[in-house]
Design a protein around this ligand. Sequence first.
Ligand SMILES: [Zn+2]
Length: 290
Amino acid sequence: MCDSRSSLADAAPTALAEDRPFPDDLDTKGRSGITTLPSGEPEEWQGSHPRREFKARGSQVVRCEACRLPQLNCLCPYRVKAESRIRFWLITHPLEHYKPTNTGRLIGDVLEGTDVFSWYRVEPDPRLLALLEDDRYQPFIIFPDDQPDYADRVVDINAIAGVGEGVPTHTSAGEPRIPVFIMLDGTWRQARRIFRRSPYLDGLPVLPLHSQRLTRYHLRKAASEAHLCTAEVAAELLRQAGEEAAASVLDDYFDAFNDCYRASRIHYVLEPTAPMLRLLARREASDSSE
Ligand SMILES: [Zn+2]
């Protein structure tokens, strides 16, 4: 999910991206994820390797059962928690759940209290419906503000503090409500579908992300570099909401995910990058304080 111009997970809706052969990634060569590789290595892969060879390798990849990344560069050592007053509820398209390249799940790894719901058009999750009725939460649906028919529901990030918009920040008993960002986790088309075909979301304020950041996601081909993936959108929203520490951890974890995955696709064992080293240090600090 994304800023006003852009998409969710930005991929072709039908592609199971983890088996995509590496040559599709070559247009991103030189961007952050690949710079940790020894110089010269990308050239070796840039030639005319037959696609079927890569596909064969992709289908035989051995995955970590916990993080679902290729075991060669497992993400598990970098999994750390961060604190935030903001909760995330993800409404995930069923086709997205099983993709190891899905980034929505990274949010739940980092932030306690993240909830994930599967979206089914005819049968909304009763647990989600109950949460939407729960006065303790102040839910916003994260969605671009590029269509006129719901313009009256659009708010900006200050609405979580009750500035300028009619979103109650306290319960009827006077308790502060917990801001919740509802993210529609799927490709752009899937997210639009969820947004348009879920009447129980119709009354919610719509919070678009406006950001100049470009995507760092390498695992699926983006239609545009302005299309941020789900985890990147979440990190940007946290940052704009003043939750810089949580935003940085999620950004680092996303970078680690991206780099681990990408290196495994070219069968390269990655040395810890700067974001990975920060996550390891954080994990060590939290382990020793327990
Ligand atoms: Zn793992």
